[in-house]
Design a protein around this ligand. Structure first.
Ligand code: SF4
Length: 444
């Protein structure tokens, strides 16, 4: 029997049917936004990027002429450069209260949505198809990272037949030809946005956005350098989830830069004092694929019960390389397009979901090696078939090259009715006991 040490995970009330025909942005304002604002002072800053994104959702409602739908792995800098606001339907499923998400998934299934359709997309299927979301002036879509999201393009095309779409064909390879292939399409993408919005691109604005973006990547690079220290000076696992959301939605904004500066200062201070996060570090864990977002207390449980600190999370490790030495204030349009192509090709989840599956395996190895992980956890979102294909090979490579084990388990990142937090913890418990014993030397 699992011994979860009396830990109280989040509870849900699925006893009544929720009205899904509501303004979802208002629901988010009245629930999660309030909860983020009411966090205790020492940790409130962690949620600032999520609040920034919710402010953008509200801005969409007030400025319908600026709403550009954007695929979640399409770099947002392009939208900010056009002085528009990016609306990512899937971001609603990431943020909204779990009970609403589950009710919307059920509504989608009643419309004929198959079980294998990812909940991130399925949770907004009905709101898109029934016209409950802000109408787009333009739609930026792309062909990564998975078949589910490619199919989502059809949903958008059928739901907004009067809005022409721009679809980026992400390249298979990561070489210079792949970068140029992407850059040439982005040139056309700007022409498309100019046509759809009636606005001209301001090159200086594009330069400033790319400068903000480069600064954000530089800061996350520096934060990641501190993350290599033992103990890890990142205060809590939850911060990785915010980082993930921030790099999906806010690169190019000054708000993200300010937040990362705060994050870096906190990591630096902890590093210099030789302290870790909120709990004593005993194990270091990398989440090689998804991790659940419906109940952050899973991470509190791991930290409390095993001192198992998450040092990396698949979707929070974007573009992990030193940034270019470039004067953005003088950069030409061509140079900026190339930089933007690099952002798109290296987008978290997109990067590991397209092209050869060894990118996924190699990235997992890199994180585990550089952040000195004792174990990997492949929490496979059950509809994420492309990455599931790499699970066994990743597990073998981690053992072969780094001598560390990887737990493979099925989860639904959003829906606790598939696998609850308690069920996840009961899968992780014997695994983490084994990793602890190995580290302490009581097993080989
Ligand atoms: S890559 Fe996985 S989590 Fe992301 S949209 Fe596709 S199925 Fe969903």
């Amino acid at each position: 029997m699992p011994n979860l040490k009396g830990f109280q995970f989040k509870t849900y009330d699925f006893s009544k049917r929720l009205d899904t025909k509501v303004d979802l942005i208002e629901v988010i304002n009245n629930t999660v936004a309030k909860a983020f604002r009411n966090q205790p002072e020492p940790v409130r800053w962690i949620f600032e990027p999520l609040l920034q994104y919710i402010d953008e959702l509200n801005y969409c409602r007030e400025h319908p002429d600026k709403v550009v739908y954007r695929h979640f792995t399409f770099a947002p800098e392009m939208v900010y450069a056009m002085d528009c606001v990016s609306f990512v339907p899937e971001a609603l499923t990431f943020i909204m209260p779990t009970e609403y998400l589950c009710a919307l998934v059920d509504e989608g299934r009643e419309m004929g949505m198959p079980d294998h359709w990812c909940g991130f997309l399925g949770g907004v299927l009905a709101p898109i198809m029934y016209g409950r979301l802000p109408q787009p002036k333009a739609i930026l879509h792309c062909n990564q990272p998975c078949d589910n999201s490619v199919a989502q393009g059809t949903v958008l095309a059928e739901s907004y037949p009067d809005t022409e779409m721009f679809i980026l064909d992400n390249p298979y390879t990561d070489d210079e030809a792949g970068v140029q292939f992407c850059a040439e399409q982005l040139r056309e993408g700007f022409k498309y946005l100019e046509r759809m919005t009636g606005q001209k691109l301001d090159l200086d604005r594009f330069r400033q956005v790319m400068k903000n973006s480069a600064r954000a990547y530089e800061l996350i690079y520096q934060i990641n350098e501190y993350k290599k220290a033992v103990p890890c000076p990142i205060p809590t696992s939850v911060i990785l989830r915010t980082t993930s959301g921030a790099f999906y939605g806010l690169t190019g904004t000054g708000g993200l830069v300010q937040w990362l500066e705060k994050h870096l200062a906190d990591a630096k201070m902890r590093y210099e004092k030789g302290i870790g996060g909120f709990r004593q570090e005993k194990l270091r864990v990398v989440w090689n694929l998804s991790w659940p977002v419906f109940d952050y207390s899973v991470y509190d449980w791991m930290e409390e019960a095993f001192g198992a600190i998450a040092v990396a999370y698949h979707s929070a490790e974007p573009f992990y390389q030193p940034p270019p030495d470039l004067d953005y204030s003088k950069a030409s349009f061509e140079v900026l397009l190339r930089e933007l192509a690099l952002r798109n090709n290296n987008h978290a989840m997109g990067r590991q979901g397209r092209g050869h599956m060894m990118t996924f395996v190699d990235d997992s190895l890199k994180w585990c090696r550089e952040f000195k992980a004792d174990a990997g956890i492949f929490a496979g979102h059950w509809q994420c078939q492309a990455n599931w294909a790499a699970a066994q090979l990743t597990k073998e490579k981690l053992m072969e090259e780094l001598g560390i084990p990887m737990l493979v388990m099925v989860v639904d990142q959003l829906d606790p009715r598939v696998v609850s937090a308690e069920q996840m913890a009961s899968r992780m418990e014997p695994f983490l006991e084994m990793v602890t014993a190995k580290k302490e030397g009581s097993v080989q």
